[in-house]
Design a protein around this ligand. Structure first.
Ligand SMILES: NC(=O)c1ccc[n+]([C@@H]2O[C@H](COP(=O)([O-])OP(=O)(O)OC[C@H]3O[C@@H](n4cnc5c(N)ncnc54)[C@H](O)[C@@H]3O)[C@@H](O)[C@H]2O)c1
Length: 363
């Protein structure tokens, strides 16, 4: 049975990817390697464990010994590196963990991977692939027009994006220097099931349901290109299967929205699924729709104004395009959070109280 390693598989995109893989590869074993930080939770994989093909190993990608053992013990054909510290606001408060996991961790995954790959017999060596999952944030911020292409120079502005950029450079260097068969994806903002409630969309849904303020940063006009997570999973799988070693692929939803538009859309979807007039928390505040909860708060330091992806390369070369549009994806996401209150409670318990993060402290 061939083995696929998924690092960070207990996080948002990683867990969605494990479910996606289970539907695509009935004959493979999937090994999830995850440190279980505040953002990772085995409860997200509960259904995935039921079929007996998913194995969980708790470990740290920045720990050289653990990573070496991972390769030697499971002898993977494919490795997907999702594990990362991923929240920009947290990177402003504490960048060190980001350097350790995103840069050092990617290095350990590459270095142990390279030694393992070199030792494989020729037929297996030819098939082996390492896919690194990255972000469009490495490219920096756009003005009102233009798109990020694979050739856009890197210009990261937050500790998060700077560490992801460092990792991307290492991935590329391992191909150029050692010929290691790596591929890289740079994706725009994802949304969908199992996203930890610190990120914009789940934070807003859960606050809205409880009648709490919906805090929009700055003027709410920062633009992101939104992609439903399942579409990202399909893109990653296509790049692994058919992408050219050493190449990078931008992935995006062709769905630019301001943060305010995102919040207004999710308020509309909530209104359809659970009207404010039926929600005691809203009734108590005398509100007949969720939009009344929107408040504008101090902006994030160094907040990038606009990201937008040119995904024509992956469309042209690998035939990928998103299946979901923003309205259908948001509808599905809102319904998922309404139906999975128990998951929301479990992942936040003793861990996170939806407080504001990432403001610079005054001395
Ligand atoms: N969320 C997005 O919109 C988005 C967009 C583009 C790219 N990405 C990238 O996709 C990947 C996954 O993002 P996400 O949103 O699912 O993140 P997430 O924060 O939800 O999950 C990260 C997972 O990695 C694990 N992890 C953290 N440090 C680790 C370590 N040292 N060793 C092993 N496991 C560790 C966590 O426990 C968690 O399960 C990241 O690399 C991120 O940069 C995310």
């Amino acid at each position: 049975m061939q083995t696929i390693i998924v690092t960070g598989g207990a996080g948002f995109i990683g867990s969605n990817f494990v479910y996606y893989l289970l539907s695509q590869v009935p004959q493979h074993r999937i090994v999830v390697f995850d440190k279980l930080t505040y953002a990772g939770n085995k409860v997200s994989l509960q259904k995935a464990f039921q079929g007996g093909r998913v194995l969980f190993v708790k470990g740290d990608i920045a720990h050289a010994g653990q990573v070496r053992t991972l390769y030697q013990r499971f002898r993977p054909g494919f490795v997907f590196n999702f594990a990362a510290e991923s929240h920009v606001d947290r990177s402003i408060e504490g960048p060190e963990a980001f350097v350790r996991t995103n840069v050092e961790g990617t290095f350990q995954m590459l270095e142990a991977g390279r030694l393992y790959w070199k030792g494989l017999k020729e037929t297996d060596r030819k098939k082996f692939r390492f896919l690194h999952v990255s972000t469009d944030e490495v490219y920096g911020s756009l003005g009102p027009t233009g798109l990020f292409t694979e050739k856009t120079p890197y210009s990261p502005n937050s500790p998060y994006s700077a560490t992801k950029a460092g990792a991307d450079h290492l991935v590329r260097a391992y191909h150029e220097t050692y010929g290691m068969p790596v591929v890289l994806t740079n994706c725009s903002n994802n949304y969908g099931p199992y996203q930890f409630p610190e990120k914009l969309i789940p934070l807003m849904i859960l606050n809205a349901l409880e009648g709490k303020a919906l805090p929009v940063y700055g003027d709410g006009k920062n633009v992101r290109d939104w992609l439903y997570v399942e579409d990202h999973c399909e893109a990653i799988w296509k790049v692994m299967g058919r992408g050219t070693a050493g190449e990078k692929y931008n992935v995006g939803g062709n769905s630019e929205k301001t943060n305010l538009e995102v919040v207004r859309t999710l308020c509309r979807e909530l209104q359809k699924a659970f009207p404010a007039k039926d929600n005691p928390a809203l009734r108590q505040k005398g509100l007949s729709d969720y939009g009344g909860l929107v408040t504008f708060v101090k902006d994030r330091p160094g907040h990038d104004r606009r990201y937008a992806i040119d995904a024509s390369k992956i469309r042209r070369e690998l035939g990928w395009k998103p299946r979901h549009n923003f309205a259908s994806g948001m509808g599905a996401t809102v319904r998922w959070y309404l139906d999975n209150k128990d998951w929301c409670r479990k992942v936040q318990a003793g861990n996170y109280g939806r407080q504001r993060l990432g403001l610079l402290k005054k001395k």
